[in-house]
Design a binder for this molecule. Structure first.
Ligand SMILES: Cc1ncc(COP(=O)(O)O)c(C=O)c1O
Length: 401
């Protein structure tokens, strides 16, 4: 998108005086002169099958969705895959399948996208914040266990930046206390934990195929369930509770619906995009990981910068490359001056007004949130770009602390 002349201007909402500025849109589009933090990965090969699906006369949930679910199986290490319209829907459906009801408690992390925690509110449940490991950004299982009460129904665990959290420990806690473990793997497509893909561990695992993820379908998501009964129930609840596979006397008119559900299903248009995109995701992941390995070598031992403490029993997907830096504001400004976009990406959720009643002391979150920032790591960085990023970070962070 070189010229914005035929793109409608975003008009600020009259009551707020604010809107998504051209600059923010430009930065998010990854089309600016600076090295972007995110970029949409869409292969031209989608156009032909997409055109066929669009003009096929059937664009709702159909055979392409089934095919896309099958294509996801080897990546997620689980046959119980439900393709949905977003990662947020996957999270809400997981909470519903965990039988979370109004007044129940869900233990979650504030260090994530608001999309992790808004579905808990939508279920009328109460959020209990767990603290995080300030050296990874991931939830601390010890604190999770400490916060379990008789009202706890579920735990939400996020793989920050695509680094898998302590899944075995969380699953052990879930089993011991009869609590459902839900992984929000929106950052972690393609990650592995102790030799097995993210998707094959906990009770439920949720993925996002939103615009800037490793695998995008424009918008979309998936929920995988460990247990087949939950998968079957989820299949009904993703579409109002109606059984699409049941025999009908009238082709359009359903029989009895036993339990109400949502409109969360994926459609054949986005599934067609996913089917092409997934053929390239291996390459996308490889490039994120190669750039990350390069940074981990170049950025070790700097005085003002701390690399996150990753263990080698798991393979991160490196959707982000997060570091901790002293004097973050100055660092971000200097990076911008060098033509490199950086961001905190997600604000700690516990400080949002909508979650005010759940606030509590979280020293790990305080420590991490004060210093964390992500630098560009994605498939769009060639050797020159990543060298420029590393040189700039070294220049800014090697001085006295
Ligand atoms: C950690 C996390 N959880 C959930 C979501 C929500 O996914 P979606 O946008 O597909 O609803 C996102 C991102 O969009 C995310 O980053």
């Amino acid at each position: 998108m070189k010229s914005s002349s035929n793109v409608p201007k975003i008009v600020p909402h009259p009551s707020s005086g604010k809107g998504i500025s051209e600059e923010v849109r430009h930065l998010l589009s990854g089309q600016g002169e600076a090295i972007p933090l995110f970029k949409v990965h869409l292969v031209p090969e989608v156009l032909e099958p997409l055109g066929r699906t669009l003009l096929s006369g059937y664009i709702g949930q159909g055979p392409r969705v089934d095919e896309f679910e099958k294509a996801l199986v080897p990546w997620l290490g689980n046959h119980n895959v439900l393709a949905l319209n977003s990662g947020t829907s996957a999270l809400q459906l997981a909470l519903r399948l965990a039988n979370v009801e109004p007044g129940d408690e869900v233990i979650s992390t504030p260090m994530t996208c608001t999309a992790t925690n808004v579905p808990i509110m939508a279920m009328g449940a109460r959020i209990v914040w767990a603290d995080i490991d300030p050296h990874t950004g991931n939830v601390d299982p010890l604190d999770v266990e400490r916060k379990i009460s008789p009202r706890t129904k579920a735990v939400m665990a996020v793989h920050w930046a695509g680094y898998p959290c302590e899944v075995d420990e969380l699953d052990r806690i879930g089993e011991k206390h009869g609590v459902t473990i839900i992984e929000d793997a929106a950052h972690a497509f393609g990650g592995t934990y102790r030799g097995r893909p993210i998707g094959s561990h906990s009770d439920f695992v949720c993925f996002s195929f939103q615009a800037i993820k490793h695998l995008t379908t424009v918008d979309g998501g998936a929920l995988v369930a460990k247990d087949t009964e939950s998968y079957k129930r989820g299949k009904l609840l993703r579409w109002y509770g109606i059984d699409r596979e049941s025999e009908r006397r009238d082709f359009r008119c359903e029989q009895d619906v036993a339990e109400w559900g949502y409109k969360f299903h994926m459609n054949d248009v986005t599934a067609t995009i996913g089917l092409e995109q997934i053929r390239h995701v291996d390459d996308v992941l490889r490039r994120h990981r190669e750039n990350a390995a390069y940074y981990r070598e170049r950025l070790t031992g700097l005085r003002r910068l701390e690399l996150l403490a990753y263990q080698d029993d798991r393979e991160p997907s490196y959707w982000l490359f997060t570091v901790r830096v002293r004097e973050r504001d100055r660092f971000m400004l200097e990076m911008r001056k060098a033509g490199i976009v950086t961001s905190q990406v997600h604000a700690r959720n516990d400080q949002h007004s909508m979650f005010a009643e759940f606030r509590r002391v979280l020293p790990g979150v305080d420590e991490f949130a004060a210093e964390q920032v992500s630098i560009p790591v994605g498939w769009w960085l060639g050797e020159d770009e990543r060298a420029h990023v590393a040189d700039t970070v070294v220049r800014l962070c090697e001085g006295a602390a």
